[in-house]
Design a protein around this ligand. Structure first.
Ligand code: SF4
Length: 176
């Protein structure tokens, strides 16, 4: 990696991300989401273009993806999921199984998500969350490489959210 490239990447994730986060405070919601989505697309392109050796992928999920009334504690271990199919955690467990992935984590917030990342120290992270959480998270864990997948808000406040499983699987395939 050249010094110029390293400088550009650092600038993008540290300065430009901070600027966009600040800027979104003043923008209408629709416009704000467009900007954040574009930034996430750029991030994903950059991450895939820098693809290197992959030993360990972490799939990081938000707590709101779990069926709200599910009693199983998937935060302490996603293996506690009983695969009932009431939420997409079942489908993500199938991806874990099919591709031999070691680590899928469900985080109730940014701090726990960061803790999981530091504990596991993955080569790549595939993170699911809403746009702003993804941007904040990517900036927070930089230089970890994060591929971002937006979750879909079905009910407000954020419970029983959804995600396009194909997007997660496509990233897994591209990395392996
Ligand atoms: S798929 Fe797993 S996490 Fe989702 S509701 Fe069923 S048991 Fe709970």
């Amino acid at each position: 990696m050249t010094i110029f490239y390293k400088f550009t990447i650092n600038f993008f994730y540290k300065i430009y991300f901070s600027f966009i986060i600040w800027l979104t405070n003043f923008l209408p919601k629709k416009f704000r989401n467009n900007i954040l989505n574009n930034l996430l697309l750029w991030n994903n392109r950059i991450i895939l273009s820098r693809k290197g050796k992959v030993k360990n992928i972490l799939i990081l999920l938000p707590r709101c993806l779990q069926y709200f009334k599910c009693e199983h504690n998937v935060i302490s271990s996603v293996d506690n999921c009983k695969l009932c199919g009431k939420c997409k955690i079942k489908d993500i467990m199938e991806i874990k199984e099919n591709y031999g992935l070691k680590d899928v984590k469900v985080a109730p917030g940014g701090k726990i998500a960061k803790m999981f990342v530091e504990e596991i120290n993955p080569d790549y992270i595939i993170a699911v969350a809403c746009e702003m959480e993804l941007i904040l998270g990517i900036k927070e864990v930089f230089p970890y490489k994060v591929l971002a997948v937006n979750n879909i808000i079905v009910n407000k406040p954020c419970i029983n959210t959804d995600v396009e499983i194909e997007k997660i699987e496509t990233f897994v395939k591209k990395l392996l």
